[in-house]
Structure formats: C-alpha cells, structure tokens
Design a protein around this ligand. Structure first.
Ligand SMILES: Cc1cc2nc3c(=O)[nH]c(=O)nc-3n(C[C@H](O)[C@H](O)[C@H](O)COP(=O)(O)OP(=O)(O)OC[C@H]3O[C@@H](n4cnc5c(N)ncnc54)[C@H](O)[C@@H]3O)c2cc1C
Length: 380
C-alpha cells in the first residue's frame, strides 16, 4: 500500500539537501561527472530508496511524493534529479520484478547508496524503435553470453549495476529480456561521457558488452519478458521527468520575477511593463497546468498501485510528460528573453534552464513518441 500524499518532512529534507550540497558541485571541475559524495548525501537523506519498499531499506515513496522530490531537486539543478530518477526507476524494477534473492542482494545497497543503478535500453540503431534492439543475450546451459552495445546511457561509467535489455532469441514473443549486469563483470566497458548541451551533473556514455558471462540469476523477470519489465517502469519515470520539468519552470519563473523587480529600463522596473507581465502570466499558467497534470498522473499511479484498475496511467503519464516538458521549454525560453543580454550569459541561471529543458523533451520517450501513445490511447 502506498500513501498518495506528499510527505512535507521529505520535501523539507530535500530542500535543505539541495541548498547545502548541490552548489558544491556546480562547477567546471565536476562537469560531466556524478560526484559520489553528492549521491551519498542524497542517499543519506533517504532518496536512494524512493522506490524501494521499507522492508528492504527504502522509503517506499508514493508516485506523488516522488514527483514532489524531483520537482524540488530540479528547482536547484536538473542533473542530480535525472541520475536519481534513473536510479529510482531501475531500483523500482528490481523491487517489482526481482526474485527474493535479487531483492535481498541489491535493494538494501541501492537504498543506502552503496550501489548506483543505471537503465540501458537505447542502442545506436534502436532509440524510439526499441523493437530494433540488436544487443543479444545468448542462452547457455548455465546462464547467458551478452554481446552488443548501448548508447546515451545515464550514469554509464559511474553506475555499479546496469539494468540491461537484450534479445534472447525467441520468435514466439518479442524475445527481449532484462538483466542485472554488474559494472565489474569481465567484458563490460564504457566510452567517455558525451559532450552534451546541458545536465552537467548527469553524464551519459556508451556501454559495450563483449562476451559478458551472466549467471542464470542475472535475469530480471521472466525469460523473454523484458518488454513488460521495461514498460512497467515507464509511467513512473515519465511522471518524474514531468516533475523535473516543473522544477525547471518554477526556477525560470521565480528567477525572472526577481530579476525584473531589480532591473530598470526607461525609468521603471522591467516588472512594471505590462507586455512583460503578460509573459509572466503565461509562464505561470503553463506551469500551473503542468503541475496539475503531473499530480493527476501521479495520483493515477498511486491509485492503480492500491488496486484501482480504472486508471489509465499510460495516458496520464504521457500527457503529463509531454505537456510539462513542452511547457518548460517555452517557459525557460521566455525567461532568457526577459533577462535580455544577461539571459544569454552563463553567469546568470536562465540559459542553463533553457538547455536543460531541451533534454527533457527527448528523454524517457521523445515528445513525438508521447503523442503517438496519447493518440493511440484515446483512439482505442
Ligand atoms: C540526456 C540523455 C539521457 C538519456 N538517458 C538514457 C538512459 O539512461 N537509458 C537509455 O536507455 N536511454 C537514454 N537516453 C536515450 C533516449 O531515450 C533516446 O535518445 C530517445 O529515446 C530517442 O531515441 P533516439 O535518440 O534514437 O532518436 P530517434 O528515435 O532516432 O528519433 C529522432 C527523431 O524522430 C522522431 N521519431 C522517431 N520515431 C517516431 C515516430 N514513430 N513518430 C514520430 N516521430 C518519431 C523522434 O521523436 C525524434 O524527434 C538518453 C538520452 C539523452 C539525450
């Protein structure tokens, strides 16, 4: 049973954590890294175990509380929110689909921060089209031999386990299976972090599997049941990305109001120009709508988890993800405009928000793919 309310204590703790810890790492020195001390501090505050039941050392947060956590972190920096949301999604999949042995081995360590998890689905020729995956896990008498490569994997090179999806040579089903692959397994390697547009504290890189020997108990969920495993994490993941977008939008709106009260042109504060006030009003309206859609989608996931099968979480989570991230792109672009030349300068915050918003329209299924899903769900 999950509780569909926002725990104010959790949010207060997260706010304090963000104010004290995140600024330490917002520098060129930490560009494209996951500072382990930051992840540890997040886990010490309970965030490593957001999607892990209490009996395995987690806090078993509802989708509603998780969304509030991701909105709060992204208000300060979207990077840590992204690697944490991937960690939470992978941990949640082990909690839902793992055997008792897998849960005992991994969940307490994922909650405490001893282990960082990543989710490896995308490949060079299989992005939106996940049916085209070429990474293969060949069945052997005592396990699997994993060969292939993945790209754009959040936390690659920093994570301790990779939840990896590969084909398992079955023609009667989609033939995809999920595996828990330790970073230390012989044959696992990774490339340099990609030089990307934003999310400086959430690196992505390629992963390579060269004849990686996996024991039978590396399989997560049923053999050939990998699509079900992967898809079961998507609703929660999409809501968390919507929440990240809302955090960014809040940051852009709050920073814009503060700047416009201070900056004067033509003898008056920017905030007194009605044309600019209308831009603020539009930013607020988009954000408020995005927050409501996100909250509704989270409530749907919580209600479904508590047995209400009438909720269409696929529709509501894609709707929230698509709307909130498009809104964040529009709101952060407005913020850059409202700052004038300063908006284009890295010493101010808003150019970072705009770069980070673009990522959110692409990850966890692009917004075109969200529209495909939404249309499919409403057409029936
Ligand atoms: C910062 C970042 C972090 C990421 N982290 C991870 C991770 O941790 N794990 C992981 O597995 N992947 C990760 N990804 C990969 C991400 O999920 C993919 O980039 C995304 O799914 C899109 O796939 P693609 O890049 O191959 O684009 P493509 O699928 O090639 O799409 C190109 C364009 O075509 C559009 N398009 C494609 N198909 C359709 C269609 N049917 N209808 C309409 N339009 C379509 C897309 O919307 C897009 O605009 C990450 C990517 C980034 C940028």
């Amino acid at each position: 049973m999950t509780h569909a309310f926002i725990d104010p204590l959790v949010i207060e703790t997260v706010t304090r954590l963000c104010e004290t810890e995140i600024p330490k790492y917002q520098s060129d020195e930490h560009y494209n890294t996951i500072p382990r001390a930051l992840f540890t501090a997040m886990c010490d505050a309970g965030l490593g175990g957001l999607s892990i039941p209490e009996e395995y050392g987690g806090i078993g947060a509802s989708a509603t509380t998780s969304a509030a956590v991701f909105e709060t972190i992204s208000r300060y920096d979207v990077g840590p929110a992204i690697f944490l949301s991937v960690h939470a999604m992978a941990s949640g999949l082990i909690a839902r689909h793992g055997t008792e042995e897998q849960k005992q081995i991994y969940l307490p360590k994922l909650a405490s921060g001893e282990l960082l998890a990543a989710f490896a689905l995308t490949e060079p020729h299989a992005g939106s089209d996940t049916a085209a995956l070429a990474t293969e896990a060949k069945q052997l008498p005592d396990g699997f031999a994993l060969n292939g490569n993945k790209c754009y994997i959040t936390s690659a090179g920093f994570a301790d386990i990779y939840l990896t999806f590969a084909t398992t040579e079955d023609t009667s089903t989609s033939g995809l299976s999920g595996f828990i692959v330790p970073a230390t397994a012989p044959g696992v390697s990774w490339g340099k972090p990609e030089r990307k547009m934003g999310a400086e504290l959430s690196p992505i890189a390629s992963l390579f599997f060269d004849n990686v020997m996996l024991p039978q108990n590396a399989l997560l969920g049923a053999l050939h049941g990998g699509r079900k495993v992967a898809l079961s994490g998507l609703s929660g993941g999409r809501i968390n990305i919507a929440a990240c977008a809302n955090g960014l939008s809040r940051a852009a709106l709050e920073d814009s109001v503060a700047y416009m009260k201070d900056r004067r042109q033509f003898g008056q504060a920017l905030v007194d120009f009605q044309g600019l006030q209308f831009m603020l009003a539009d930013m607020h309206t988009k954000l408020a709508a995005a927050q409501l859609l996100t909250s509704q989608a989270a409530q749907d996931v919580d209600a479904l988890a508590n047995g209400d099968a009438s909720r269409n979480t696929k529709l509501s989570s894609s709707t929230a993800k698509c709307f909130a991230t498009d809104a964040a792109m529009a709101i952060t672009t407005y913020a850059v405009q409202l700052f004038g030349g300063a908006g284009y300068i890295k010493d101010y915050t808003v150019e970072r928000y705009m770069r980070d918003a673009k990522m959110l329209q692409i990850v966890e299924g692009t917004n075109q793919i969200q529209r495909v899903i939404i249309a499919r769900e409403i057409i029936g």
